[in-house]
Design a protein. Sequence first.
Length: 515
Amino acid sequence: MHTELIESVSASHASELLVVFAADHGSADHPEPRLLSDEVALEQTTEFALANGEFKAEANEILLLHAPQGISAMRLLLVGVGKRSKLTPHVLGQAAGVAVRTAKPRSLRSLSIVFPSTELETTDVARAIGYAAQLADYDADTYRSDRKDRSVQKLTLVIPPLMDRTAVEAGFREGNILGESQNFTRSLVNEPGNRLTPTMLGQRAAAMCHENRLSCLVYGADKLHELKMGAFWSVAKGSDEPPALIVMRYEPEGGAQGPVVGLVGKGITFDSGGLSLKTAEGMEMMKYDMAGAAAMLGAMRAIAHLKPKVRVIGILCAAENMPSGKAQKPGDVQISMSGKSIEVMNTDAEGRLVLADGVVYAKQLGATHLIDAATLTGACVVALGKIRAGGFSNDEESWTRFANAAERAGEKFWRLPLDDEYRTLLKSEIADIKNTGGRYGGASTAAMFLKEFVGDTPWVHLDIAGCAWVEDQRAYLAKGPSGIGVPSITGWVQSFAAAEPTPEAVEPERPRESW
Ligand code: BES
Ligand code: MN
Ligand code: ZN
């Protein structure tokens, strides 16, 4: 979906579909909803529709008017945003998403959104609209022969002539980049195991990096042996499909001092459980067990466009977890890249095995701060449901940076505990650590296992098992792969960027006035 920004009086802007948001002001003297626009012509056109009580401007509620009088558009779509007092950029973004998803089934290829008039920061509103509109344009129907391919081709944001264009432009651009990158992630997560093997994931990563001028190296089993990645290989060896170790780098123009941020993703392209085989029910969903790796790919894409002044390394550990005569067995002891020995109690706890070597490699390559994303545990889904994803950290500052980024991105994470006591559950009789911690606290013991390999490096771990796949369709979002993590991880990386010195900052401090 292409986007553009136009400065115009909305009423005289010609389009197939003009979208205006309306809010419920909930006041006794103004019971009818009001437009989030100051244009008198729009108010007149919608006066009757708003006064008759049929449209209440509840969140995601729509009213479509054909051949509206007095304005240039062919159709006018009112989208409700709910209570005026509860308005946030995210609510406005969702309304933009509803507009896109209203246009799609009607085969309308372009739409124009009237920039809402509110007291909110225009940059934030523009970012939220661009982001949510891009997300709304995605449908997971790639393999349907009756696919309608009704994607919207052009979205125009119409801003009033006197508005600060640069502020809107900056937010809109960032939002669009984040939305497009997240859709890229979703398209990968949507691929079934036979159409996205570890090798193919490597090819997709290489193509994305090439397009966006990131460096990318894709290694196979030989490299795992060379690096002595015994934990990663123990998972990969059960499959006929070779593993892929994907290493991406982003270097800001002019170089950078300071932190090197490491992004590590779980890329199990299919998780059968291995010899600790999963039951048949729901096993088909384990095609999305590479959502962590896909989120990191989306974040790398966004970073390549947004160009923060910070060095970034992306490491994806891609493999298939399969049972076979070559597969590892419960009870096997593996020596990881770090040198630590692992007793594999359950071959279905494979994500932590591939990540254990991934984080150690990221540190070896110079990462000073780490973040990983993984569909790691069913226990996290039990704890938080499919509403919030789990977050863990060994460092308060890193967590605060992440929580702020997630808040701004409108993604829901919840911090779960990582107390030292959880480590006792991973004690092995015959090795340094075992890969499962028993029935209780499974999300925390899995995180604790990773912490063992991360060590003291500041680190954030995201368990996205419950939120990487959306089961219920929303008015502003298709069901299927969510792409969760892309904007939060990108925001977290941006938070490490060296700030450009601002004119105020270099200006010498003025002497204080005294009186
Ligand atoms: N990929 C699964 C976790 C998962 C569960 C992802 C549900 C998405 C939805 C992971 O590899 C796994 O199998 N974890 C086991 C660990 C257990 C054996 C300690 C689990 O959660 O049951
Ligand atoms: Mn598993
Ligand atoms: Zn898994």
